[in-house]
Ligand binder design. Structure first.
Ligand SMILES: C[S@@+](CC[C@H](N)C(=O)[O-])C[C@H]1O[C@@H](n2cnc3c(N)ncnc32)[C@H](O)[C@@H]1O
Length: 249
């Protein structure tokens, strides 16, 4: 049984353990698959690469990527799934027994329990706006990413999609609601290069009899999907040493 975590992470752990127990970890695949598939295509994963799935939840995207980086002429790739919820991690492990190139670890994005300069690519789906100290998480990502490693942060909750803000009061934990421009500036401040932002519409159909609990109407849900999620992409520069903006916590 894991011990406790610093207070803000402990709160997230408790909340997402509750989500996991309600089966929401597996359910999220249905909601996030369309935008995640588009993102994974942009990641251009190759056999042999080392990938981090930050805030992996029940691990469906981790498995999707593990199938793409497994054994090939360029070696044997692996995917590490990290989540603050030990119940999500338990379920992810259980569902991934057939994979020998996945490792799920319980831990916080604020203190990634991994060595420096390791990951070729990082994906984080619908998790980044929950991190109380996003600056610290970016410093941690910079540390564990390989030189010239690529970062893909995909989030559905941000200022430029006004329909997404309906969740702010519904969620039981505090969230960040930055704009696309603010996120780009944040990544640049953390010495990432080639920082870009794009909107990823969710093209999955919304049937007329779909029951939405989050949105005021089906029209709002459709508008939310049309505007789409925010995908932030960036590269770590070709350095092994800490970059100027890097802070050791
Ligand atoms: C909305 S869910 C998305 C899960 C998964 N990426 C998906 O799309 O199905 C957010 C996830 O982020 C995780 N999370 C939140 N705060 C975290 C933190 N500080 N460190 C690591 N994971 C965190 C939660 O436990 C949860 O599993």
């Amino acid at each position: 049984m894991p011990g406790s975590m610093p207070a803000p992470d402990e709160r997230l752990r408790a909340e997402f353990n509750r989500w996991a127990e309600e089966g929401k970890g597996e359910e999220m695949e249905r909601h996030h698959l369309a935008i995640t598939e588009k993102t994974v295509r942009q990641m251009a994963l190759r056999p042999g690469e080392r990938i981090l799935d930050l805030g992996c939840g029940a691990g469906w995207a981790t498995r999707l990527m593990a199938g793409l980086v497994g054994e090939g002429p360029e070696g044997f790739g692996q995917v590490v799934g990290l989540d603050v919820s030990d119940e999500m991690i338990r379920r992810a492990r259980q569902a991934s027994r057939d994979f020998d190139n996945i490792l799920f670890i319980w831990g916080s994005a604020h203190a990634i329990p991994w060595e420096e300069n390791f990951f070729d690519k990082v994906l984080s789906v619908e998790s980044f706006y929950y991190y109380p100290d996003q600056e610290r998480v970016l410093a941690e990502l910079f540390r564990v990413m390989a030189p010239r490693g690529r970062l893909f942060i995909l989030i559905n909750l941000y200022k430029d999609n006004p329909y997404s803000l309906v969740w702010v009061d519904k969620l039981k934990v505090p969230v960040h609601t930055r704009s696309q421009a603010e996120y780009v500036a944040l990544l640049r401040r953390h010495a990432f290069e080639n920082v870009e932002a794009q909107q990823i519409p969710d093209d999955s159909p919304t049937p007329d009899d779909y029951l939405t609990h989050s949105f005021d109407s089906l029209e709002d849900l459709r508008a939310f999907k049309r505007i789409g999620a925010l995908l932030l992409t960036a590269s770590k520069p070709d350095v092994r040493n800490p970059a100027p903006a890097y802070t050791i916590y």
